[in-house]
Design a protein around this ligand. Sequence first.
Ligand SMILES: NC(=O)c1ccc[n+]([C@@H]2O[C@H](COP(=O)([O-])OP(=O)(O)OC[C@H]3O[C@@H](n4cnc5c(N)ncnc54)[C@H](O)[C@@H]3O)[C@@H](O)[C@H]2O)c1
Length: 265
Amino acid sequence: MARLKGKTAAVTGSSSGNGRAIALALAAEGANVVCSDIRKSTRDGGYEADADQDTDDAIRADGGTAEYLDADASKAADIQAVVDRAVQAFGRLDVMVNNAGILPAPHTIVDETEEEFDRVMLVDCKSVWLGCKAAITRMRRQDVVDGTRGRIVNIASIGGLAGLPMAPAYSTAKGAVVNLTRQLAADFSAERINVNAVCPGFLHTAMLRPLLDAPELNQALHSATPWPDLGHAEDVAKATVFLASGDASWASGSILTIDGGYTAR
Ligand SMILES: NC(=O)c1ccc[n+]([C@@H]2O[C@H](COP(=O)([O-])OP(=O)(O)OC[C@H]3O[C@@H](n4cnc5c(N)ncnc54)[C@H](O)[C@@H]3O)[C@@H](O)[C@H]2O)c1
């Protein structure tokens, strides 16, 4: 039984990696999906099967329903347009996945410029704040259906739970996303809006390709991960679908690690 039949979901950064796998997985569970990104096609260097097919096209080819919107998740007007599109096209926003993000090349704070810090905070943190703000503003006006007015899933990182070596701005931003998730759960659980986060570990996506292709860094990522393999976007997508569905109806402010045990030790 499709867990999201008739629901409407919006995903930021849906063209590649986690966002694409999430959008495909939500659609496979029956959701209408509003895809959004700053580029419609997949990033070079990714690990997607059939990367030459855009996410919304792949969903439709599979018999699902999808729209695509060019939207920079760090811009308020663009995020609002994503929420508006969901409502205009499908009447409601049931699920908002704030996934878009960037990871700068490894460096310590000594070599991080203020411009880099500001950029990472904008794309990895403020974008989530904007997505939550627009989604919650809409959701709290919606009727309760199947026990909720709407569910939000923020894609954070193990960098939000532990200091990720050589990633000062990224860890700052992701830590903020984790605590924003808890804060919003504190404010909006009473209104039956679920806000939860996924904290992935090291995954095979274009974002990590430069590290995975460097033998020493690849070894370091494996050594830091208790599980013998690194993760895949589909692992994050399964956790996201869980939090977006009625299976997680009482989950609120939950921070779900999907990291092969990275944060367990
Ligand atoms: N790859 C990992 O190992 C890993 C681990 C933990 C968390 N994450 C998080 O998962 C999320 C997705 O990462 P990924 O690995 O799929 O990366 P990716 O680079 O493969 O894909 C990111 C997508 O986001 C889009 N994007 C970038 N900036 C955007 C913006 N301002 N507005 C809208 N879209 C934008 C890109 O165009 C791309 O399609 C990020 O938040 C990332 O921090 C990734």
